[in-house]
Design a protein around this ligand. Structure first.
Ligand code: ATP
Ligand code: NAG
Ligand code: NAG
Ligand code: NAG
Ligand code: NAG
Ligand code: MG
Length: 423
């Protein structure tokens, strides 16, 4: 038992020191006592530091306990996400912003909102506009071009949640009705998502208890998740749905509808969604935008009427292109694209036979929205789906169950290519 002797020595040391200290304080006083007590404090601090070093692991467990990690996330919700300032030529859209503000701060959470709108119609900007005046209680996250496995980690970053500092215990999971093994054995990104899901629930409950209303989590560009596989998107929707069912957290998803809504709809959680649309600017707002971008008013009016309508992404491109191209040149180019797209998916004889159902309904669409049932009947579901695809971009879906042609220039090109009569 040679190991027992050295082990016993350090253990005895503190017990021997204590009477010695008491003895010193018993004999001296006054000024000397101050000096000695300083030494005593230094020794206590030194002992504390030593203890700290010895118990390094324990210390980390304490400062990075679930409580502290969750407290940071709660603080992020309470402060809200920082929203960048508006650009110089920003057009205010009071109707869209008011609609979104109601979505961000609902009186009662019963269904989770899905904000849809064509690519580049200004969803992201309008959502940020709606948050900017008062970000309290709202965390905003936008999905980027990251790999699918990194999606929960990036979201965690926006939530001030630190995975690597979170100490998991079987008890933590058990308290939440989950076996630790279920989570730790899952593959990424589902493992990280499962941990985030549980932590979000805890923090959402804390926020609600403290403030008397739910917090809001906005996840923008969820179509980016869907591009890499819809399973994670479905998991997020399921979370959004149950958070709404339990009135725990207002989870707002933002997506371009055309390509994404079918995938969202495949999830049974979609039945719990409240789909709202961010549309285009009015033609007048669009002209204002182009004038602010230094386009002459007459030219701006023509460009809006014939090419862009109120679609912000097109207006943005026009502001650049009109510096060195005419409206005719741009229109012709876009019309050739539309002709090519139509040719790719529709039989020539059907398209140009004025008595065919396809020709008729495409011409009807140049005059305005049609109910999806009417379009499915005359074009068939397969062709409808092809015309909606983002590489074709002839049709646009709207959450009021209608289709329109995709944009102003498509509308005008189709009318010209098919010889549609004006109404
Ligand atoms: N109110 C506005 N005033 C001026 N420019 C705007 C406004 N809203 C959006 N834009 C500009 O229009 C472009 C598209 O806007 P935004 O990114 O918000 O659209 P989006 O619908 O979120 O697009 P995506 O479908 O790609 O996510 C951007 O360049 C943006 O700066
Ligand atoms: C911001 O919103 C919060 C939560 O709804 C509210 O309590 C607070 O008063 C608002 N602040 C301002 C400045 O309007
Ligand atoms: C045009 O379409 C109608 C109705 O589908 C059909 O009866 C007719 O034969 C077509 N004409 C041509 C020239 O294809
Ligand atoms: C449905 O929405 C589209 C796009 O916002 C709009 O053009 C159309 O008028 C709407 N139709 C009905 C019946 O509300
Ligand atoms: C369109 O109509 C014009 C006459 O209005 C006719 O000359 C032309 O052939 C038509 N084109 C198509 C593709 O139907
Ligand atoms: Mg966007």
């Amino acid at each position: 038992m040679s190991a027992a002797a050295p082990a016993a020595a350090p253990a005895a040391a503190p017990a021997q020191q204590q009477p010695a200290f008491r003895g010193v304080f018993g004999f001296i006083g006054g000024v000397v006592a101050n000096a000695v007590s300083s030494i005593f404090i230094i020794m206590v601090v030194a002992a504390f530091v030593a203890q700290h070093v010895l118990d390094h692991k324990n210390t980390i467990a304490k400062t990075h306990s679930p409580e502290i990690v969750l407290a940071r996330m709660l603080a992020r919700f309470e402060a809200g996400s920082v929203i960048p300032p508006i650009e110089g030529y920003h057009v205010s859209r009071p109707d869209a912003v008011a609609m979104l503000q109601a979505v961000l701060r609902p009186n009662k959470v019963t269904r989770y909102p899905v904000v849809v709108g064509e690519t580049g119609c200004g969803k992201t900007s309008a959502v940020l506009d709606a948050i900017r005046p008062n970000r309290t209680g709202i965390v905003y996250h936008i999905v980027g071009a990251e790999l699918l496995v990194d999606v929960p980690k990036r979201l965690a970053g926006s939530l001030a949640f630190e995975f690597n500092q979170f100490t998991f215990t079987a008890g933590y999971f058990k308290d939440r009705g989950v076996e630790m093994e279920q989570v730790t054995s899952a593959a990424e990104p589902f493992k990280s998502w499962a941990i985030l899901d549980l932590s979000l629930r805890d923090v959402a409950a804390q926020f609600k208890a403290k403030h008397g209303h739910v917090a809001t989590l906005v996840i923008d560009a969820v179509d980016e998740i869907d591009k890499q596989g819809s399973e994670l998107l479905h998991a997020i929707q399921k979370f959004a749905k149950s958070a709404a069912d339990e009135q725990l957290l207002n989870v707002v998803l933002v997506t371009c509808d055309g390509s994404n809504l079918p995938a969202l709809k495949e999830s049974s959680a979609m039945t719990r969604a409240r789909v709202v649309e961010v549309g285009d600017l009015t033609d007048q707002q669009a002209v204002t935008y182009l004038v602010r971008r230094d386009i002459h008013e007459d030219l701006a009016k023509r460009a809006v009427a014939e090419i862009a309508g109120g679609r912000l992404i097109l207006l943005n491109n026009l502001a650049d292109d009109l510096q060195f191209k005419t409206v005719e040149q741009i229109s012709t180019q876009l019309s050739i694209q539309t002709a090519d797209s139509l040719q790719d998916v529709i039989d020539y004889s059907e398209m140009h036979n004025a008595t065919s159902a396809v020709h008729k309904s495409l011409c009807d669409l140049t005059h305005g929205a049609l109910h999806i049932n009417i379009v499915h009947r005359s074009l068939g579901k397969d062709l409808t789906k092809k015309l909606l695809a983002t590489n074709i971009n002839i049709l646009a879906y709207h959450p009021n169950d209608t289709y329109t042609l995709h944009s102003r220039h498509v509308q005008r090109s189709v009318a010209a290519l098919l010889n549609c009569t004006t109404p």
